[in-house]
Design a binder for this molecule. Structure first.
Ligand SMILES: NC(=O)c1ccc[n+]([C@@H]2O[C@H](COP(=O)([O-])OP(=O)(O)OC[C@H]3O[C@@H](n4cnc5c(N)ncnc54)[C@H](OP(=O)(O)O)[C@@H]3O)[C@@H](O)[C@H]2O)c1
Length: 239
């Protein structure tokens, strides 16, 4: 198995893309700490991890709050041991015309998508730096690569995630730590259903497609690295 005996923290692992990543990693032998706010959903993810024969723990966490992140990462490390892989997947989307965007919309979008990535990465880094190994996979978006109307806050946050990814990939190279981002187009999940209820989603990607890409990044041979992957539905346009 490709991730035999490894330990991963996956944020936003209660449903959608995060749950698919947790299950895909567990299928390859990885133990999982599933983090999110909805306890029932992360419990279900971990039951699925246990059914696959791996260790797992569901830890309630709000990635936008430093105290919650510090406590959750401490608990995950106590239960699983040292963390080899962090997947910063927790995110939300607030799509509306810029003129209608409130300060609260802006701040929440930044707090979860961008500050959450910052806080979780800072929490996992000391251990990875000490061991001189680790992988950090950020789930960004195509909105981090190109402008999309009525997604200004989300675009700003995901462009921020990509900037953070590239700067950290360079800074952490001497420490043996890889930092990567996946930028998906539309994926059928609760997030896309709530943010774009009017869009026909036939032909859109499924969470498993993104999980497959995350597995590639988590298992790539250490002599090679991949910075940012744009993954899109087959009949959409390349950038
Ligand atoms: N679906 C798409 O079309 C699409 C496309 C490109 C990129 N993405 C990105 O993919 C990632 C996953 O999205 P998804 O589509 O799978 O959405 P989803 O089904 O709504 O799942 C989002 C997950 O994030 C968690 N989350 C949200 N706010 C959180 C917080 N403050 N602290 C901790 N966890 C939090 C949610 O759990 P709780 O609410 O219980 O905390 C849930 O587990 C996001 O970063 C999103 O921006 C999605």
């Amino acid at each position: 198995m490709l991730l035999d005996g490894k330990n991963a923290i996956v944020t936003g692992a209660g449903r959608g893309i995060g749950r698919a990543i947790a299950e895909a990693f567990a299928e390859q032998g990885c133990n999982i700490a599933a983090l999110a706010r909805s306890q029932g959903e992360i419990d279900e993810t971990i039951e699925s991890v246990w059914r696959l024969g791996r260790g797992g723990v569901a830890v309630s966490c709000d990635v936008a709050r430093a105290d919650s992140v510090i406590q959750a990462f401490r608990e995950a490390e106590e239960k699983l041991g040292t963390i080899d892989i962090l997947v910063n997947n927790a995110g939300l989307a607030c799509f509306k015309p810029f003129a209608e965007l409130s300060l609260a919309d802006w701040e929440e979008t930044m707090a979860v998508n961008l500050t959450g990535t910052f806080l979780c990465t800072q929490a996992v880094l000391p251990g990875m730096m000490k061991r001189r190994s680790g992988k950090i996979i950020n789930i960004s978006s195509v909105s981090g690569l190109k402008p999309i109307a009525e997604q200004s806050a989300y675009c700003a946050a995901k462009h921020g995630v990509n900037g953070l990814t590239k700067a950290l990939a360079l800074e952490l190279q001497p420490h043996g730590i890889g930092v990567h981002a996946i930028c998906p187009g539309g994926v059928v999940t609760r997030l896309s259903e709530e943010a774009m209820p009017e869009r026909d989603k036939s032909g859109w990607m499924l969470p498993e497609d993104i999980a497959h890409t995350a597995l590639f990044l988590a298992t790539q041979h250490p002599r090679a690295t991949t910075d940012i992957i744009h993954i899109r539905r087959f009949d959409s346009s390349p950038l």
